[in-house]
Design a protein around this ligand. Structure first.
Ligand SMILES: Nc1ncnc2c1ncn2[C@@H]1O[C@H](COP(=O)(O)OP(=O)(O)OP(=O)(O)O)[C@@H](O)[C@H]1O
Length: 320
């Protein structure tokens, strides 16, 4: 859906913000960009809605080179959520949320009805909050309005730059979990920038771990944690709780596919950790291993990397 092909951005002062980036975000996928300050995450994202133009390379959206698209028309297809939210201070919550649909000509009553629905969806009762002004909301509530407003135009693609950055850690986890629930229903194609590895792991279907201007690893969270591609990624994730989580979560918590079909070439006992299972899976070209009852040796089911990923995510959500 979003495809970067050898994209480099050099600013006029000679700073190379990103160099030779190539990656793809599938339709309905949420990819998180994570890395230290100044590594090029925001530059990457702003090139997608043409707030920044690449120096070389190209970016395709749904197969179309965006350099040929009209920027205004392009941005209509791409929702944009930023940390400071950027709500209009003199408009009410409902008016803020209805802004884009009204701009593109949706009749006022319809735009407002849709805005109310979206506020409901992000957990803000429109009858309570709809007529308030942004300054009458907490930081977390403002961020929800920002998300509702971005969804209001029903764009297939969302760009989110530290969308949950401005709130305290407890509210933040709460918002992240709600947002995941929401994403399960709306299934947007999302690029989300964060400098917080926990957030990247919790939210991302896949994570792009940035070094200085390049992606060091682009993979599912469980793979980044269990098999860091470079020394840099290893040190970046090293201290993280997620790795420990992988090491303490048992295979028994994963959804096993029923046994059947060709017998798996390798297996782990039901009590093995997800890390052990993942290590075994990474050795298996077939992408599947058996899970056996440690006592009887009976094959209980088949484990795939996707099931490990889901189990890990569930463990994170339960912890939250
Ligand atoms: N307009 C500009 N002119 C020159 N250099 C810039 C410009 N904008 C960004 N940079 C530089 O490009 C590099 C990447 O910046 P970018 O904002 O993409 O990083 P980031 O990973 O999003 O950082 P942060 O997490 O701090 O927001 C940095 O070294 C930054 O100083």
């Amino acid at each position: 859906m979003i495809r970067f092909e050898h994209v480099t951005k050099r600013y006029p002062d000679g700073t190379t913000a990103v160099e030779d980036l190539s990656f793809e975000v599938a339709e309905g996928e949420l990819v998180t960009l994570v890395g230290p300050s100044g590594c090029g995450k925001t530059t990457t994202m702003k090139m997608v809605n043409r707030l920044i133009e690449p120096t070389s390379g190209r970016i395709l959206l749904a197969g179309e080179d965006i350099s040929a698209a009209d920027p205004v028309e392009l941005r209509r297809r791409i929702g944009y959520v930023i940390q400071q939210v950027g709500l209009f201070p003199h408009k009410t919550v409902l008016e803020n949320t209805a802004t884009v649909p009204q701009l593109i000509g949706t009749p006022k009553a319809k735009a407002r009805a849709r805005a109310a629905e979206l506020l409901e969806l992000v957990g803000l009762d429109p009858s309570v909050y709809g007529d308030r002004y942004p300054e009458q909301l907490s930081g977390g509530q403002r961020q929800r309005v920002g998300v509702a407003r971005a969804l209001a135009a029903d764009p297939p693609v969302l760009l989110m730059d530290e969308p949950f950055g401005a709130v305290d850690p407890v509210v933040r986890e709460h918002l992240q979990n709600e947002f995941l629930e929401l994403q399960r229903t709306v299934r947007k194609t999302i690029l989300l920038v964060t400098h917080d590895l926990e957030e990247a792991i919790r939210l991302g279907d896949r994570i792009a771990v940035y070094g200085a201007g390049t992606i060091e690893q682009f993979a599912r969270p469980a793979v980044v944690l269990a098999a860091p591609a470079t020394e840099y990624v290893a040190s970046f994730v090293g201290a993280d709780r997620g790795l420990k989580r992988l090491a303490v979560t048992r295979v028994g918590t994963a959804d096993l596919a029923p046994p059947g079909g060709p017998a798996p070439a390798a297996d782990v006992p039901l009590g093995a950790t997800l890390r052990e299972a993942l290590a075994a899976l990474l050795q298996e070209d077939s992408g599947r291993i058996g899970v056996k009852d440690p006592d009887s040796g009976e094959l209980l089911g088949v484990l795939t990397p996707e099931a490990v990923h889901r189990a890990l995510r569930r463990a994170q959500l339960q912890e939250a």
